[in-house]
Ligand binder design. Structure first.
Ligand SMILES: Nc1ncnc2c1ncn2[C@@H]1O[C@H](COP(=O)(O)OP(=O)(O)OP(=O)(O)O)[C@@H](O)[C@H]1O
Length: 340
């Protein structure tokens, strides 16, 4: 098990990582997401031993690195996968994967499992980006690392390739039964392939949870906005629930006892009421997305929300509509003043 306890990292006087703790179980994939410059790569580098911590410790079964006793990278048995692949250009695929590998049957196994058998004698210059990343992963896994660290492994690939390769990488990591920390700035990647997601802002871990909970029960409005489209409605806590421009929600948030709150509204949390005989909003815009259509709606309260519906649902700009909360959803609620 990888353990990171109260980790802080400074560059000069500037604190980049602030008191972060998490553990990673035997084959768990942790996705680290956050805005640019929030410290994702610094955490990976610190776990790898490339950057020293100023406080806290990073530990695995057989080593423990502290500010006083730094364990060098080569003693940690970690594997790294980078966005630029970092392959040897003068070596073939097979030579890249077998480089300094003790047991070449493992190299063979990963070449086969990652669909590289027919590329064994090809040099990296003649491979596509996706194939290069498979080679990089095969090479990493052939060394039987205790933990794999992936730094934006898909960011140099086009959208269609990203989608399939992310699953192949996940499957390979699961098959290797190795824990992994995977840094990405792509929210959908983080939510779809991670067992848990850690959302960072300014070097502080805002939430560490399952993808479902991070998305549906975000710890604060920042996490809500970062992981998907989010608008907020004013709410007034009452004995029977929370009153809002879309009626009363029968929900009593634990963290909010009284007064004003803000209610998270994702485009899938709301729907058009078919009869529409009590309009409560007006269509601002309609965007065709293929399978779905996204509507911008100004409610009579003056607040704006977004609603995603099937592409067959058509409204014109300025149409009056009736919108309600989808009864199957239980929206997240935050204190009115919360914005972090
Ligand atoms: N060697 C360094 N010396 C000083 N500051 C650094 C150094 N490396 C990174 N930083 C700063 O530390 C902060 C975190 O950088 P880091 O690369 O970890 O962020 P990130 O979340 O991975 O960003 P991105 O998504 O853009 O890759 C940034 O403000 C960056 O400018």
């Amino acid at each position: 098990m990888l353990q990171v306890n109260n980790l802080s990292v400074h560059y000069g006087d500037k604190r980049i990582i602030n008191d972060i703790s998490f553990t990673l179980s035997s084959d768990e994939i942790l996705m680290l997401v956050g805005p640019t410059g929030c410290g994702k790569t610094t955490i990976l580098q610190c776990v790898a031993g490339l950057v020293p911590q100023s406080a806290g410790d990073v530990a695995f079964t057989n080593w423990r690195s502290t500010p006083q006793k730094h364990i060098p990278p080569e003693k940690r048995n970690l594997g790294m996968v980078f966005q630029d692949f970092a392959l040897f250009p003068h070596l073939t695929v097979e030579q890249n994967v077998c480089f300094r590998v003790k047991d070449s049957t493992l190299a063979d196994q990963w070449l086969e499992l990652l669909g590289l058998n027919d590329k064994r004698h090809v040099k990296p210059g003649n491979l596509s980006g996706g194939q290069k990343q498979r080679v990089a992963l095969a090479r990493t896994l052939a060394h039987q690392p205790s933990v794999v660290l992936l730094d934006e492994p898909l960011s140099n690939l086009d959208a269609a390739l990203k989608d399939s390769l992310r699953w192949d990488i996940r499957d390979a990591l699961k098959r290797a039964k190795v824990p992994a920390i995977w840094v990405t700035h792509d929210q959908s990647e983080a939510l779809s392939v991670g067992d848990r997601v850690g959302v960072l802002k300014d070097g502080i871990l805002q939430q560490l949870d399952t993808p479902e909970r991070c998305f549906s029960a975000p710890s604060n409005p920042f996490v809500a906005r970062f992981l998907g489209e989010a608008t907020f409605l004013r709410g007034q806590v009452q004995p029977d629930g929370i009153n809002s421009a879309l009626g009363v929600i029968n929900k009593r948030p634990e963290s909010v006892s009284d007064g004003e709150v803000q209610i998270l509204v994702r485009p899938d949390d709301v729907l058009f009421v078919e009869s529409g005989d009590k309009p409560n909003g007006t269509i601002d815009y309609s965007r065709y997305e293929g399978e779905t259509r996204l509507f911008g709606i100004t409610l009579h309260s003056g607040e704006s929300i977004k609603l995603r519906a099937n592409h067959e649902v058509v409204f014109k700009l300025g149409d009056n509509v009736q919108v309600a909360f989808n009864a199957n959803e239980s929206p997240a609620v935050f204190p009115a003043e919360s914005n972090s």
